[in-house]
Design a binder for this molecule. Structure first.
Ligand SMILES: [Ca+2]
Length: 407
């Protein structure tokens, strides 16, 4: 056997196509029974069953807003029992545009019994937010945009420009920071990605930076704490002001246009464990960040998958694999044949040893596994079942040991 080890990442995964010919897919959700639900911004909910995209939409909603439409989706934590699906969508009401969050009941790939949990969320042609996700605490978090009206982000009586938090039945959790309000944090412009760090449990979001009204670029990653003010439109980039949070990370003069985001809460590709991935639109890539939330540091920042055009969402499936959604038919991209598409990034299967280039090279040089050494900063562990070595970050060791590895 021979291996060309040019870089760790290039050798460790392969890309599979999950679905194609979609119309601006926006968000994806995974059912315990293996079905995959995906929203299309034009108002359709689609389902992939047994690996096949069902041509019949699960539902078609009457949506409005230019860059709004059918946006976020979440399945109830008890989906197996109640079949609740939550959708966030933009709609027109006479001359106004709003967003709402509704809960539907799914049966045989159809939705019924719409129950509106949040309504009249400020909407517009742009900045409609729209990502929804259940947190580790089983409450539902919702990102909303300021709908082109920056002042709303600072108005605690408005649902625009916020991270909202509600119970799954639409009631307000007792420990929300503002009495009788779904507002969890404020001062946001147009956040569209959120997830929880598997190591610290902290909520991390991605957020579009300004496009003229307060300069340009300066997209943000923020670590969200209950009740805090993240500054829009009063501060941008490194600016500071009493009582306002400067971002954990901003992109300076670069524009990523960050949308969906996820932590790699999986060991399918060991060197990606706990990395924070952000789908970028204008950036045309998947951003991989190694965040150290405890020490307030970014250890690395890398652009992956720049060959697929605009990316709208990144999410980890129940199979532990990373899924990414293209957004080339949204009016701002250059569609490739069969766009838009959903890709699944899976570990390279053949040869299996290629997951772990540094020790592998040594094995192929005739050094026995017990004598391999890792590059600086990595620690060697062995898979108990077959004794194969892997070089991993020290922070991942204890988790991998729980999953059948030995240090
Ligand atoms: Ca901010």
């Amino acid at each position: 056997m021979s291996y060309s080890v040019t870089g760790a990442a290039a050798q460790t995964y392969q890309v599979e196509t999950v679905a194609e010919n979609l119309e601006v897919p926006w968000a994806i959700a995974f059912a315990p029974d293996g079905r995959i639900f995906v929203t299309e911004r034009i108002g359709q909910l689609r389902v992939i069953e047994n690996g096949v995209l069902n041509p019949e939409p699960v539902t078609i909603l009457d949506v409005g807003g230019f860059e709004g439409g059918l946006l976020g989706i979440a399945l109830d934590p008890n989906f197996e029992e109640n079949h609740y699906i939550y959708l966030y969508y933009t709609y027109n009401d006479f001359l106004s545009t709003f967003n709402k969050l509704s809960r539907f009941t799914e049966s045989d790939n159809k939705l019924s019994d719409e129950e509106v949990l949040l309504d009249k969320i400020p909407g517009g042609p742009f900045h409609d937010g729209g990502r929804i996700k259940f947190g580790p605490d089983s409450t539902l978090y919702i990102t909303t945009g300021e709908a082109g009206n920056p002042g709303l982000a600072q108005d605690l009586d408005s649902l625009g420009g916020k991270i909202l938090r509600i119970n799954s039945d639409g009631t307000i959790p007792e420990d929300n920071p503002f009495a009788n309000s779904p507002v969890f944090s404020f001062g946001h412009r147009n956040p569209q990605g959120l997830d929880w760090d598997p190591e610290t449990g902290k909520l991390v979001i991605s957020e579009h930076g300004p496009s003229g009204e307060r300069g340009f670029a300066h997209d943000e990653v923020n670590v969200i704490e209950s009740g805090k003010n993240y500054g829009w439109p009063d501060i941008v980039g490194d600016e500071t002001k009493d009582g306002l949070e400067t971002p954990f990370l901003h992109t300076g003069d670069d524009t990523w246009a960050p949308s969906g985001a996820t932590f790699y809460n999986s060991d399918n590709i060991p060197e990606w464990e706990n990395m924070f991935f952000i789908a970028t639109l204008r950036g045309n890539h998947l951003r991989m960040l190694d965040l150290d939330l405890e020490n307030n540091q970014v250890h690395s920042s890398e652009a992956l998958f720049s060959e697929f055009g605009r990316l709208r969402d990144a999410s980890i499936g129940l199979d532990g694999n990373l899924y990414i959604l293209t957004s080339n038919r949204d009016g701002r991209g250059s569609p490739q044949p069969n766009d838009d598409r959903i890709f699944r990034i899976v570990p390279m299967v053949i040869p299996q040893l290629a997951y772990f280039p540094p020790p592998l090279k040594q094995i192929s040089d005739g050094i026995p596994p017990e004598n391999v050494t890792c590059t600086e900063g990595l620690e060697i562990i062995f898979k108990k079942s077959n004794g194969l070595p892997a070089c991993v970050k020290p922070s991942s060791v204890s988790k991998l040991v729980e999953r059948g590895w030995a240090s």
